[in-house]
Ligand binder design. Structure first.
Ligand SMILES: [Zn+2]
Length: 216
């Protein structure tokens, strides 16, 4: 039937995708945030990254530092080890976009970051404009590493013994439980597991009792 065919064609044409990406007005990605107990999960993190065309290892550390919590990017989701409100997260994301993504000249997101000596430059692929990222270069250059990382070995002093006899050490904001370690001793401890700010480690070697060097 010709009428149906004409209607079909009209529908098909209407579905022809509009220009994707370049040239389109930028729409801020909205984070899909889920709070689960003491954790916060951004379920659509990979889509957000795709939309912004930024790698996770750029956006995620900046976001975590801004929010002030530990977290990780896994299976396309951002998992934060604290309760963070969706508004807070979205606000930080928008600040990131303003600083690291949007061209100041034409307002488009089709940009990329370049390093020029010690300065990070935001270069626009749409209009060619470029500008230095203010105040961010130094911080972005030093990727913060957690004070306790699974698989690494640290020298720690046992400050206390827990109820079950484990030695307890502290490093930065982490509490480390060390099997068989004695209070007052210093050990090289390999971290087996980190959960939030709790870590569990094994003795690699003992350095004996802690000595006070003060005043010598
Ligand atoms: Zn531009």
């Amino acid at each position: 039937m010709p009428d149906d065919y004409a209607a079909f064609l009209k529908r098909a044409r209407a579905k022809v995708p509009e220009k994707v990406g370049t040239g389109e007005r930028f729409v801020m990605p909205q984070m899909d945030v889920l709070q689960e107990g003491k954790m916060t999960i951004v379920r659509n993190m990979s889509e957000v990254l795709d939309r912004l065309n930024r790698p996770s290892d750029h956006l995620v550390p900046i976001l975590l530092r801004e929010v002030g919590t530990a977290g990780s990017y896994e299976d396309g989701r951002l998992v934060l080890q604290a309760k963070v409100s969706p508004d807070n997260l979205q606000g930080r994301l928008e600040k990131y976009v303003e600083t690291y993504v949007i061209c100041g000249e034409c307002g488009r997101p089709d940009t990329h970051l370049m390093k020029e000596e010690r300065t990070t430059i935001l270069k626009c692929d749409a209009c060619g404009a470029h500008r230095p990222i203010k105040g961010a270069a130094k911080k972005a250059a030093v990727k913060p590493e957690e004070a306790v990382v699974e698989g690494k070995t640290y020298e720690v002093m046992i400050e206390d013994n827990g109820k079950r006899g484990d030695g307890i050490a502290r490093r930065d904001r982490f509490t480390i439980f060390v099997k068989g370690a004695q209070k007052g001793n210093v050990y090289n401890v390999r971290i087996d597991k980190v959960t939030g700010t709790l870590a569990f480690g094994e003795i690699v070697s003992s350095q004996g009792a802690a000595t006070t060097q003060a005043g010598r």
